[in-house]
Ligand binder design. Sequence first.
Ligand SMILES: Nc1ncnc2c1ncn2[C@@H]1O[C@H](COP(=O)(O)OP(=O)(O)OP(=O)(O)O)[C@@H](O)[C@H]1O
Ligand SMILES: [Mg+2]
Length: 385
Amino acid sequence: MQGMRLVRRDAIEAAIAAGMRRSPAVVLLGPRQCGKTTLAQGIAAASARSEYFDLEKPADLARLANPELTLQPLRGLVVIDEVQRRKDLFPVLRTLLDRRPIPARFLLLGSASPELLAQSSETLAGRIAFVSMSGFSVTESGGGNATRLWQRGGFPRSFLARSDVDSHAWREDFIQTFLQRDLAQLGSRVPAPTMRRFWTMLAHLSGGILNSSEIGNSLGEAHTTVRRHLDVMSGALMVRVLQPWHANIGKRQLKSPKVYIRDSGLLHALLGIRTLADLQGHPKVGASWEGFVIEQLLAGPRPAEAYFWRTAAGAELDLLVNHRGRFTGVEMKYSDAPELTPSMRIAMTDLSLDRLLVVYPGAQRYRLAPHIEAVPLSEAMDQLS
Ligand SMILES: Nc1ncnc2c1ncn2[C@@H]1O[C@H](COP(=O)(O)OP(=O)(O)OP(=O)(O)O)[C@@H](O)[C@H]1O
Ligand SMILES: [Mg+2]
């Protein structure tokens, strides 16, 4: 992508800057290929003093053969990319982060590994701020590009590709590389073909309730194994697992989670959807749009707490977000003019919602009932940010 114009990522940059003001170190987590290195290099280039270590480069690894000696004298900003490759750095960092006054701040980059998160948060508790990122958001991609973003997904090279064909090919390659290389690096020993079948099943199920026994039956595996596959895929930030909300109102409620393929472009690749026309004619179009909106609403630098809600009696709510202590309900409707449904009223009452936003692909905001509004995606993003 030499020479291609960089898309600005102001919200993440601001979150990193805020994290750096609060803590001597920030851990930036995001899936493979979402733009972590590009962003960190930009931040380093804009800093008066900085040092960059990319632990995928043998030369940089060698420079850190004696990490204390190398890192101790550094001032300004120190970036360590692919930090999960040298977990033994964490104890060293702990000492460096406790120096006062703070001589250097650290930006640590990792591709979504659950161990990284667990390890660093244990060793560096109280000394680090976490910022998460994913592919481009609607805001970053430019408001007029929402449909393209939905179709191609937010990975920079998929979104910016010259044609739909190139974009699709990039995503196919990404899936292949992820299965053959990244999974192993995340510590998973599941064979690539098994994980591909599992991933594809999740794609068909996207937006639905996960029944691990059913999936286990079709994969020929125990439901506990299915849960482990799911942990790997959600730890790698490929899959979103939404837990059900248990309101204390005595109605029988569901316990299984809902699953979504996080990036809509990858969802489409897994489903064999190549063009916008394919997408619009596909039976999963509504589920795809629902997952896309959920990802846009939840994948900010500081993810909100979110659930879905469903009762045995059939009432349901796609998304329940705890935003600054307020409970907002969100329904996704892939329709030109969504209307008020009985389910929306029940959710309002049973969950004592402050408000309910019905997100639809249109451009106008309009009222459906007191505290219930149909809104475009951008409006919902503003209200929940
Ligand atoms: N803001 C951006 N604008 C345009 N292209 C971008 C942007 N960010 C990243 N890219 C492109 O996307 C690709 C992946 O970016 P990058 O290497 O920064 O991601 P990463 O998260 O560090 O990936 P990995 O996890 O594989 O190290 C690169 O080709 C890069 O040029
Ligand atoms: Mg990188």
